[in-house]
Design a protein around this ligand. Structure first.
Ligand SMILES: NC(=O)C1=CN([C@@H]2O[C@H](COP(=O)(O)OP(=O)(O)OC[C@H]3O[C@@H](n4cnc5c(N)ncnc54)[C@H](O)[C@@H]3O)[C@@H](O)[C@H]2O)C=CC1
Ligand SMILES: CC(=O)C(=O)O
Ligand SMILES: [Mg+2]
Length: 476
């Protein structure tokens, strides 16, 4: 599947040779959809126009080629809006107050700042009140599993990490730094993250390939006293569970009895399986390239060894096709083209399919939709976007505000239920099982659920002002 994009083509049209109607027809025939036309210059012989065209990425070159071949047309420039918004990067640091005079200077910088530094030296906890630590998260990657693009390296990971930082800020007011490491060595990653941790209130690990990501996260959780959260594992699992709880309500099935196939048992897949089991699912089938994971086989990956013991209760052997026969739910966090129409046809009635690989899902939504009752993808250009962006801003907002040292499984389940609860029962339908990221209730609900759970379990090291004087939470 190709990705929709928007290009702006600046062209000069010789009026005596070509008309704009011919240009528009040629663009349409080559697969483009004209959404805006701006006249830049109009002279007697020629006009220069900027033509904004929506198109599938694969049609990009074809459209430009067709225009260049037309008599009377000169293509002056082609700009891709997606690239334009990336020019110079997408984020910056800006100070909270201006330095207008010497007095300001002597407060924010030397000599005044020295007293503040010494106050923190005498009581390191003061870093939370006197620095940006309490509101700051490091988004750390080694660039080895960037979206579904694989090991594309730390520089190429930057745009994705900057995007995560934008979302942290816009959705939850959190200052997030993209930190792309030029090492794949787990020991080095652990050491570097520990070394930079004093300036941060939390660590969001991102797009680190499995199975290394499990060890790196576990060691950092053990060794740091700020929350460490591998977004691709837990953010994804939280949102998948949220979507599934609502999808099951739509089709009238129970989590405890449905057969759920999870494909791609990497970072996201392992955590999704664990989350489903923790939430009460009993028939989970984990499938990777070698087929269905099950007892009896030996796996080098300890996470697979563990999953083999707690999934696939009947010990089914075979491929994805074998797992899919009679399945109620498919959750894909693998790669494009993994799922075929025949797989969908073999599923149970009222099937639910979450094809979550990014940027290209396991099956084209346009192909899948007529075979399934509820369809979701990780993308923003189709209904039901199941993407970890629904989780990480709110879960960190909650964890930072109550200064939790860890994000516990109970906090994650609470976050999943909170996301699901944003969709009201009377709104729920096949096309709307999961709220939009632009629904401002998402962060609010997740934050609240996380803080309440942290207070109940004793994880909260601070009670946020809006949680003071609340009645004791009921024991559940
Ligand atoms: N929608 C969302 O919020 C999220 C989506 N994802 C997507 O999920 C995918 C996996 O991400 P990670 O777990 O971080 O990567 P990962 O590299 O840790 O794991 C991918 C797993 O999929 C397996 N796999 C790949 N092709 C397969 C195939 N044809 N059949 C069976 N298994 C196959 C690999 O062997 C590996 O175990 C990516 O496309 C990523 O973009 C990941 C996180 C969040
Ligand atoms: C959404 C996300 O984090 C991923 O695809 O890796
Ligand atoms: Mg990711």
């Amino acid at each position: 599947m190709s990705i929709s994009t928007t290009i702006v083509i600046r062209m000069e049209i010789q009026k005596s040779v070509a008309t704009f109607g011919e240009v528009a027809a040629a663009i349409g025939a080559a697969g483009g959809d004209i959404v805006a036309i701006d006249v830049i210059r109009s002279a007697k012989e020629a006009t220069t126009r900027d033509v904004t065209v929506n198109l599938h990425e694969s049609a990009n070159e074809q459209i430009v080629k067709v225009l260049k071949s037309m008599p009377g047309i000169r293509v002056v420039n082609v700009s891709d809006r997606t690239f334009l918004v990336h020019l110079g990067g997408k984020i910056e640091i800006s100070p909270k107050l201006p330095i207008k005079n010497r007095e300001d200077l002597s407060q924010v910088y030397t000599p005044g700042v020295a007293r503040v530094s010494m106050a923190i030296h005498n009581d390191p906890g003061k870093a939370y009140s006197l620095t940006m630590k309490r509101n700051t998260v490091a988004v750390v990657t080694d660039g080895t599993a960037v979206l579904g693009l694989g090991d594309i390296g730390p520089e190429a990971a930057m745009p994705v990490m900057e995007g995560k930082a934008m979302l942290f800020k816009q959705l939850a007011g959190i200052d997030a730094f993209p930190i792309c490491l030029n090492t794949k060595d787990p020991d080095a990653i652990v050491q570097i993250v520990k070394a930079i941790s004093p300036g941060f209130g939390g660590i969001n690990l991102e797009d680190i390939a499995s199975p290394r990501c499990f060890e790196i996260e576990r060691r950092l959780i053990d060794e740091l006293d700020i929350p460490v959260f591998h977004d691709d594992q837990h953010g994804t699992a939280v949102v998948a569970l949220a979507g599934l709880l609502n999808a099951l309500r739509v089709v009238g099935k129970q989590l405890e009895t449905v057969r759920i196939v999870v494909v791609g048992i990497g970072a996201a897949g392992v955590s999704i399986c664990n989350m489903l089991l923790a939430a009460g699912a009993r028939h989970v089938y984990a499938v990777d390239r070698e087929g269905i994971i099950g007892r009896g086989a030996a796996y080098r990956n300890p996470e697979w060894e563990r999953l083999a013991a707690v999934t696939n209760p009947e010990g089914i052997e075979g491929s994805l096709a074998d797992a899919m026969r009679g399945a109620d739910v498919f959750i894909g966090v693998s790669g494009p083209g993994v799922l075929q129409v025949e797989h969908l046809e073999s599923m149970a009635q009222d099937s639910i399919v979450f094809a979550m690989a990014n940027p290209n899902p396991e099956i084209e939504p346009d192909v899948a939709e007529r075979y399934v009752r509820v369809l979701a993808t990780g993308r923003s250009d189709y209904p039901n976007q199941i993407n970890n962006v629904l989780c990480f801003p709110g879960i960190f907002r909650g964890a930072l505000d109550c200064r939790a040292a860890t994000i516990t499984p109970a906090m994650k389940v609470a976050a999943a239920k909170a996301i699901a609860a944003v969709v009201q029962p009377d709104e729920l339908n096949e096309q709307y099982i999961i709220p939009s990221i632009f629904n401002d209730k998402v962060v609010e609900f997740v934050r609240k659920a996380v803080i309440e759970t942290a207070i109940e379990s004793g994880e909260a090291r601070r009670i946020p002002p809006d949680f003071m004087d609340r009645p004791e939470p009921e024991t559940r």
